[in-house]
Design a binder for this molecule. Sequence first.
Ligand SMILES: Nc1ncnc2c1ncn2[C@@H]1O[C@H](COP(=O)(O)OP(=O)(O)OP(=O)(O)O)[C@@H](O)[C@H]1O
Ligand SMILES: [Mg+2]
Length: 374
Amino acid sequence: MASVTLEGVRKIYHEGGEHVAVAGVDLEVADGEFVVLVGPSGCGKSTTLRMIAGLESISAGTVKIDGRVVNHVPPKLRDIAMVFQSYALYPHMTVRENLGFALKLRNMPRAEIDERVSAAAATLGLENYLDRRPRQLSGGQRQRVALGRAIVRQPKVFLFDEPLSNLDAQMRVSMRREIARLHQELAVTMIYVTHDQVEAMTLGDRIVVMEKGHVMQIDTPLNLYERPKNRFVAGFIGNPAMNFATGTVVGGDEPRFIAEGGGWQTALPRRLASRLGPASGGTVIMGVRPEDVSVVPDARNGATIEARLDLAESLGNEVFVYARADEQDIVARVSPQPMPPLGSPITLAIDMERAHFFDPTSGERITSGASHPE
Ligand SMILES: Nc1ncnc2c1ncn2[C@@H]1O[C@H](COP(=O)(O)OP(=O)(O)OP(=O)(O)O)[C@@H](O)[C@H]1O
Ligand SMILES: [Mg+2]
């Protein structure tokens, strides 16, 4: 087991002009921790992981494993195992042979190989498939063999790069559980790359949100959700995404948020308005999660917004309501309830205690509503 430390780690590619793929990552992964790197395509997740693995040279900064700088240590001496999206199993070998192959290359005694392979097969529920070849397995079973090949090596650190993205939705959920269980059982350090925020939220002890080579926030799943550091994180984590509206905060006895254009406004709790303090009077971006918007039967002065129903998507247990208030699209996530015909007027209420406010220029969070612990 090991800690992994990144200090100012950068990656610059020089093919066809200078391209900064990773702009400087500082990260400390504790021994036994599960850290997930998440972000949109091209943000530098795989490049970061590959620098930790030693598969990519490091342009600047240092990578340490267990306190030792490994910048120039070849991958096979870093004591890590990596599991990729495309797990190339050896097609002509049985599952047993696939699992034991890396150990055989190390000239490990036969008995010890057998022991490790059996243990890994038991952990992954592969005991009944040991004599099959990869083509005789389902996608999920193959992915488990790929995991098993990493497990038998008993590495200090596991690195995963989108290991589940080739699987169908149901299989992804069950493999996700498998990986969580594996982490608990082996208590080993894991770094996991995905662009799937549900995987990130459910697996990570902590999550690193990246965008265009930069780290946007490193935090626990709950903190990312409750107190996003900036507008990017706020919009990236959560589905449907957070609603954003540009507008002005007016203080005084009856503080309110007035949407740009003045087409709608809503009252602000006084405590929140005072926390917004200096931003009052200026332009801000308000963020509201869909679950904090509700559809209400009657208009209440200052507390509700008049909108038009654009679309209602029923998922059975909940409904995503897409509405438009003046120039503003608003999504609400509500429990199943009768909806008027599309195009009808509806009344929305925003739980302003749960609103977030961001600086329109920098995108940084100014404050979050009273019910988000600071
Ligand atoms: N060999 C290379 N030469 C030049 N640029 C590269 C090279 N490899 C990656 N890049 C660029 O570096 C950036 C980061 O790539 P990376 O593969 O780390 O992204 P990612 O976050 O893993 O994305 P995805 O979710 O699509 O896998 C991208 O803009 C990519 O085009
Ligand atoms: Mg990638």
